[in-house]
Design a protein around this ligand. Structure first.
Ligand code: BTN
Length: 246
């Protein structure tokens, strides 16, 4: 279960490149496209993803998961947990900010952009885009402050990105097996590492401020918040966590 590897020095976006490969020639599951630099890296909700050339991991993995559309958040859970597993190997404790940011010490170390191709009630295929900050030590000020593995481990030397990518793929294969076997279990594992769980936090819904205690994420990817009126569920894109410290 291994597709081809493509490493490009420059590309617009590895997700875009993978999607184009898929539509032009078809590709094998576990094809991986990585790049040293993306000139138009895509982030969540139409944002861009900035990453210094040659310092970080920016890549996409194409898979054909055995996951129903209703359970598609499990793919995100599996990818997020694989990143946590990987960072843990380097002594770096991370958590998952719903819906799919990876946070270390209140700073964002990785982001995911998962683009699923749906067929009826099943996820036919999935392009998993990951931006994982490895060796970059200076960041522009973003909406959410950023960090990298090098900064978090106070490492004097730079990490070998290819080695980290290989380790991630092994982790992802394991976590995807878990997700396909039991979607509820993988989201339960995610809930063990949920950022701000049990804390009162402020979210924004358009311009409206919402305060609530972060409870859990459901198997269909909704965030449960305890508010004055009771427990409310929010879908991805409905609310964003307000950065109150940066
Ligand atoms: C986010 O947090 O906004 C998601 C960022 C996802 C960035 C990665 S980098 C590799 C892949 N290709 C892209 O264009 N985006 C994703």
């Amino acid at each position: 279960m291994s597709g081809k590897r493509f490493h490009l020095s420059v590309v617009v976006s590895t997700n875009l490149y993978t999607t184009e490969l898929l539509s032009h020639s078809g590709i094998e599951p576990w094809t991986i496209v990585s790049a040293d630099f993306q000139s138009g890296g895509k982030g969540q909700r139409g944002r861009t993803w900035e990453s210094e050339a040659g310092e970080n991991l920016t890549f996409s993995v194409f898979i054909k998961p055995r996951i129903r559309v209703a359970d598609q958040y499990c793919i995100s859970a599996a990818v997020s947990l694989s990143i946590l597993d990987l960072l843990d190997d380097y002594g770096c404790q991370a958590c998952i900010k719903w819906p799919n940011d990876i946070i270390v010490n209140d700073h964002k170390i990785a982001g995911l952009l998962i683009e699923n191709q749906l067929k009826g009630s099943i996820v036919e295929s999935s392009v998993i885009g990951v931006g994982l900050n490895i060796n970059q030590v200076h960041f522009n000020s973003f909406r959410w402050p950023a960090t990298s593995l090098k900064l978090e481990t106070a490492s004097q030397i730079s990490f070998d990105r290819a080695v980290i990518l290989e380790a991630f793929i092994l982790r992802l294969k394991e976590r995807m097996k878990e997700a396909e076997k039991d979607g509820r279990q993988i989201v339960e594992s995610l809930n063990e590492h949920l950022y701000c769980q049990g804390e009162v936090v402020t979210f924004l819904q358009n311009d409206e401020v919402i305060q609530g205690v972060v409870r859990a994420v459901t198997t269909d990817g909704q965030l449960l918040l305890s508010e004055k009126e009771g427990i409310k569920a929010y879908s991805n894109g409905e609310i964003t966590l307000k950065n109150t410290f940066g």
